[in-house]
Design a protein around this ligand. Sequence first.
Ligand SMILES: [Zn+2]
Length: 374
Amino acid sequence: MTATVLTRDAHTTAVRLDTGRGQFTAETSASVPIDTGAAPWVPATYALAMRIASSLEIRTEDGVPANVDREQRAGAAAAGAIFASWFPEVDAVSMDAGLAGNDVVRVPGEGRGVGCFFSLGVDSFHAVRKHLDEITHLIFVLGMDIDDHDGSAADLAVERAQAAATDLGKELIVVRTTVRRVSDPLRVPWPRLYFGPALAHVALCLAPTLSAVIVPSSPPVTTRHGSHPYVDPHWSSSRVRLVHDDDDAWRPTKIAEISDWAPAMRYVRVCFQQHAETYNCERCFKCVSTALCIRVAGGSSEALSPDVDPDTIRAMPLAPQHLHRMEWIRDRLREQDDDPSVLAALDDAIAGAHRRSRLQGIADRVNEEIYLRL
Ligand SMILES: [Zn+2]
């Protein structure tokens, strides 16, 4: 696969990918000047090549090899080796690029700041609270969970991110990227694999402003995931250090730890059902479980009310993998002598999910039996 870094302007960088499956172009722009060289495209293209090619060649627009520093070369190989050992659908690939001449011993700050990815979610607020004194910039990205083309949903999210950053006394950087519009058609799994390299791409783009970028932790460290404390630091360059906030706290613990923090409770956004007018839909599992965790912790939130209606609890789509958390919530609320109508609704929702799980188990066994007889 060949990746040609294209010249745009001081705020925009792009790459053209010539793959065995056609030609694709990805573009990333930011509200601040960005690194328009090859460095930001190393994680973004290396992770794609691992899925669809046996080698990666990174060039400039003049057709000559683009320069990549030795830290990035070694890091990409290390990250690739971990992904290849985790995921059967990818292989480590060789990278063909020029060697950038540098012998940097440590990342020079040069008056640059420390950024933190900031989606307005629980993990973001948890990481921001923990590193509040170090962080100078919050990074809000469109084109990952929220598409830039989602119109009012994207506008509302940017507006809230700006308001939250102002409350927190931090500068907001808004980044727009189309990398996912390349990785999705090439079937590079998101978030299981491409999420981490895509975040690293954005972090490296911000080299003129930031010398380190914090990636809030998401799944437990035992989960093989695209953004992981073992992998993310390997995407660092000699100019930008990536720091995975390796706080392995359980999500309800994280929620408890931000439930007494006004900025988090004012702006938290956990919902992936993108209803612009409601911000959080307050009906899906993520919304309801987060609201109930805030209730367990005794918090209150303008963005996600912990006063959840019993009918909403009964109507919530509850999958078998959600049962453990919902049972934990019910048991805590029962210990706190919470409203009996809320407890009864939780009992009904949990019993319904157990019933569906048993039926699914029977259906799976019947299917297997039929398959074996064919
Ligand atoms: Zn929701």
